[in-house]
Design a protein around this ligand. Structure first.
Ligand code: SF4
Length: 195
């Protein structure tokens, strides 16, 4: 797992290097958390979810309780197709896990200032680089899954699922019902489809 996490970080770094010249044109400014409040689903892999789960487990007890409540509320709102800000966004509009944020948050930036009527605008080149990085992340996490952050964390917080995942086993039938109703992607199938 540690080796896979290092490889995941290398994928993040390679993307940052390749996208740096495009991101230099970004309109993003400190204090703007539009991507965390209004930009839709935050898709992560189970490997990224495991890193986030460990971050949450290192938080003070009271904050852990608050985060768990926020994750459960996010899950309920999204299940009802209601808008929901990221449960890891703090009141001061900073990310609680910034250094460990998933790739979905790293790839996004905007060439124009965002607003409810202006969603993030990315260059085609960075979109392409991001799509390639996602393929690499799914390949790396080849006994895992991808989906919205609170759904993946819910799966990882289920002891039987976590045990299977951590030993490197692969039992998609065990999550089939939840997976179908929550748009969970089986990484191994995504890899096969991407050729
Ligand atoms: S994980 Fe952090 S950066 Fe990503 S959407 Fe949530 S608060 Fe924003």
């Amino acid at each position: 797992m540690e080796e896979k996490i290092k490889q995941m970080q290398a994928i993040y770094e390679d993307f940052e290097k390749a996208a740096a010249s495009y991101k230099a044109e970004a309109a993003c400014a400190k204090g703007c958390a539009f991507c965390c409040t209004d930009a839709g689903s935050i898709h992560i892999t189970t490997l990224e979810g495991r890193v986030i789960q460990n971050c949450i487990q290192r938080l003070p007890r009271s904050r852990q309780v608050a985060v768990k409540k926020a994750l459960a509320a996010d899950m309920k709102r999204r299940e009802r197709n209601q808008p929901s800000a990221c449960p890891l966004l703090m009141k001061n509009r900073a990310c609680m896990i910034y250094d460990h944020r998933p790739f979905a948050c790293r790839r996004i930036y905007s060439l124009k200032t965002c607003s409810p009527s202006q969603h993030p605008v990315l260059s085609k080149q960075v979109m392409g680089l991001g799509d390639e990085a996602i393929k690499a992340l799914q390949q790396l996490d080849d006994n895992g899954y991808s989906g919205h952050l609170s759904y993946i964390l819910h799966m990882l917080n289920t002891p039987a699922f976590l045990e299977t995942y951590l030993v490197g086993d692969y039992q998609p039938e065990a999550i089939m019902q939840f997976g179908k109703s929550h748009g969970i992607v089986i990484n191994r199938m995504a890899i096969e489809m991407n050729g």
